[in-house]
Design a binder for this molecule. Structure first.
Ligand code: ADP
Length: 218
């Protein structure tokens, strides 16, 4: 059976989640207070309804507890976001993902039992900043305060050298997870594999180790 999703709040964030889930063939219920927003998604989502999700009876009548995953993408109205999340938790929804506006909001959402809290503006800001500071950093995913996954572009300095030649694991303590070349992706590459200029290297490791490696080799 197809997974059933509900997206509450159809702003830029919720709207793009709704659209992408629908494009992936999922069943999506799109919910917003604003009728214009709901009309916009009427042909995109499986169902689209006007509703205020801070009203417990409204959530009940939508059968919200039967959905596999509910995404709360209410933007500026932090109070509504918290209240909606609380009622979803109380209704026993299995997966609740909520967009946080700031760190305090995030703290409260975690306390009341949201399963996943996302902070898209902050996370995208961090990723873009890394990309601006180093032109070799194409993408950046923070795993924790200390560890990250980074996509680096191989330049002339590593062209024709193998992972053994560069001695990356022993010297820097980082692991190359994959190498992308054109459309091909080589997952867990062999240490004898040569790098080429233009390859995209996906590295996992401690931030300071990755930085050292990047400064030396890229
Ligand atoms: P973004 O920053 O992602 O663009 P917005 O703040 O523009 O987010 O959008 C949030 C959406 O959430 C708006 O369309 C708003 O109508 C909707 N919304 C706000 N409160 C509620 C609520 N209580 N119930 C349902 N939808 C709501």
């Amino acid at each position: 059976m197809k997974k059933q999703f509900a997206v509450i709040g159809l702003g830029r964030f919720g709207g793009s989640i709704c659209q992408s889930l629908s494009e992936q063939g999922m069943e999506v219920l799109a919910i917003d207070l604003n009728e214009d927003k709901v009309n916009e998604f009427a042909n995109i989502a499986t169902h689209a309804v006007v509703a205020d999700t801070t009203e417990e009876n409204t959530l009940k009548s939508l059968g919200i507890r039967n959905f596999d995953h509910v995404i709360v993408a209410i933007g500026d109205n932090i109070q509504s976001s918290i209240l909606t999340t609380l009622m979803l938790v109380e209704a026993g929804v299995k997966h609740i993902t909520v967009k946080a506006q700031n760190d305090y909001h995030e703290k409260v959402l975690n306390k009341i039992g949201a399963h996943k809290v996302v902070h898209p503006e902050r996370d995208m800001g961090i990723r873009i900043a890394h990309n601006i500071v180093s032109k070799n950093v194409l993408d950046y995913l923070e795993l924790s305060d200390e560890y990250s996954i980074v996509e680096l572009m191989a330049g002339q300095s590593v062209h024709g050298k193998s992972l053994i030649d560069l001695n990356i694991r022993a010297k820097y303590g980082c692991n190359i997870m994959a190498i992308k070349r054109d459309e091909e992706i080589n997952v867990s590459p062999d240490a004898t594999q040569d790098l080429r200029k233009g390859d995209i290297i996906i590295v996992i490791g401690a931030d300071e180790d990755i930085n050292r490696m990047e400064e030396d080799l890229f």
